[in-house]
Design a protein around this ligand. Structure first.
Ligand code: ATP
Length: 220
C-alpha cells in the first residue's frame, strides 16, 4: 500500500483539545496511523490580529519555538501524533503548497498526501497560495467545526466558482464527520488574559507551560 502522509497545519497558538480530538477522529475515520502537526511560521504581530487594541502592555506571545514546545508537550507519548518544524525553518508566510512540495520531494510520487483543515479553513481555500495545485497535490480533509460546518454545502457550492467540478467533488468526499468541539486558541488566549481557568480546554502540560512563561497575559 502507498505511504499515507497526513498533515495538520495551524498556528497552534496554543494547541488545544479541539485540535487533538478532531485529528484523532479524522485518523479513526480514515484509518490513519499517524497525524503530523505542522505549526506555521507567523509574523510576530499575527497571533493577536484578532484582539482589539486595548490600553496597557501587549500580552506576552509565544515564540515559534514556544508554540512548538507546547505541541511537543501536548502529544508526548502519543503514538498517533507527530510534529514537524518544517514551516518554522522557512521564512514566513508558510504556504501549504511549499510544505506539500517538500513532503512530495522527500517521500516520492507514490506517497499519498493528506492535509487536514477545520471547516472554517475550507471557506478560505480560494485565497490560499496556488490553491488549485494544493487541491490536486493532496486530499484536503475537512473536519467539522461549529458553526462553519453547518454551512458546509453552501461553502462547497461557492468553491465551484474557483475549482473544477472534480476538485469540488473530491473536497466534498473528504469531509469527515468529526465531533463538533467549540474550542479555539482565541478563546484560550482571551481566557488567560481575563485570568479565567483554561482547564479542560488544553492538556495540563500546555496549561503549565502557559503559566510558567506568563504567556497571553500582560507583563506586570
Ligand atoms: P485561532 O483561534 O487563533 O484562530 P484556532 O483555534 O482556529 O486558532 P489554528 O491553530 O489556527 O487554531 O487551527 C489549525 C487548524 O485546526 C485549522 O484548520 C482549524 O480550522 C482547525 N481547528 C482548530 N480548532 C478546531 C476545532 N475546535 N474543531 C475543528 N477544527 C479546528
Amino acid at each position: 500500500m502507498a505511504e499515507r502522509i497526513v498533515l495538520f497545519g495551524g498556528t497552534f497558538n496554543p494547541i488545544h483539545h479541539g485540535h487533538l480530538i478532531v485529528a484523532r477522529a479524522v485518523a479513526e475515520y480514515f484509518h490513519f496511523e499517524r497525524v503530523i502537526l505542522v505549526p506555521a511560521a507567523v509574523p510576530p504581530h499575527k497571533p493577536l490580529a484578532d484582539e482589539p487594541a486595548q490600553e496597557g502592555a501587549t500580552p506576552v506571545l509565544p515564540s515559534a519555538e514556544q508554540r512548538l514546545a507546547m505541541i511537543r508537550q501536548a502529544i508526548a507519548g502519543e503514538k498517533l501524533f507527530d510534529v514537524t518544524d518544517t514551516e518554522l525553518k522557512r521564512r514566513p508566510p508558510s504556504y501549504t503548497f511549499d510544505t506539500l512540495m517538500a513532503f512530495r520531494q522527500e517521500h516520492g510520487l507514490e506517497a499519498q498526501l493528506y492535509w487536514v483543515v477545520g471547516a472554517d479553513m475550507l471557506e478560505d481555500l480560494p485565497s490560499w497560495h496556488r490553491a488549485e495545485e494544493v487541491v490536486d497535490m493532496a486530499t484536503i480533509i475537512t473536519a467539522a467545526r461549529p458553526p462553519w460546518s453547518e454551512r458546509l454545502a453552501e461553502t462547497l457550492g461557492k468553491l465551484r466558482a474557483r475549482f473544477s467540478p472534480e476538485q469540488v467533488a473530491r473536497l466534498a468526499a473528504a469531509a469527515a464527520p468529526t465531533p463538533l468541539i467549540d474550542i479555539s486558541s482565541t478563546q484560550i488566549r482571551h481566557r488567560v488574559r481575563e485570568r479565567k481557568s483554561i482547564k479542560f480546554l488544553t492538556p495540563e502540560p500546555v496549561i503549565n507551560y502557559i503559566k510558567k512563561h506568563g504567556l497571553y497575559t500582560r507583563p506586570g
